[in-house]
Design a binder for this molecule. Sequence first.
Ligand SMILES: [Zn+2]
Length: 269
Amino acid sequence: MNLDLTVYYNLFASQYKSGSQISGRITERWASDNLYCPKCGRGLIQYPNNKPVYDFYCDHSNEKFVIVPRENFQLKSTHNFPNGHFSNKIQGGEYGTAMHSMKNETFPSLILLHYEKKAMAIEDAVLIHRLAITPSCIKPRKPLSITARRAGWQGSIITLDVIPELGRIMVINNGNVVAKSTVQNKWSVVTGLLKGNIEQRGWIADMINFIDRLPSKFSLNDIYKYENELASLHPQNRHVKDKIRQQLQILRDRGFINFIGAGEYQKTK
Ligand SMILES: [Zn+2]
């Protein structure tokens, strides 16, 4: 993987006038030349320009006899990287569409790219696994006012810190390329853990997000402390404590935690 963007800059700087257009083309082309599908390892394919929501895909075309759904990706890049981290809140698309696409499994995975403008180099790349993006992390924005050109249109905000840490997979970290095998392993762990429909994986993702805050060994009472927060994220559920215990069993069956007896749990990862 080559993190130097100079060659792309030379290619596009004379073709476009606006800085954001140039940056957009540079990062797009870089991603197309360098990034790979975290599921099968093949290079990503770029959609024709101006396709909304999706920028890249992989159809895993080496898996000839099995029909595997296409994996879609949306690229978001920034050269403005406050405090060494991506901003916690990133712009999402139209709110209703985002919620709908989560339900029918068409929400794309996100590629967050950070590049240094001065050095013309890629610094960080994070993959957000689409299964880790659940209704808990999408917040509606205020609808546009009636005087706006798109009056009533309602955008959304994706809140990154509500996404469990394992769903945020580093591909490049501070200018260092993470081994492809590591990225692929992490991806398949998330795929295995966050199975099920949106309601099921929404619960699992939220549980993992709260367990992330606990020490590697924790008790049922530790996780019960998040009962109110879980209840407000899942208002349709009345028996939250029962649900928590059920989720802990699922997390044990999927290898995320071990039961060590007497209401005590141990994280495996
Ligand atoms: Zn693939």
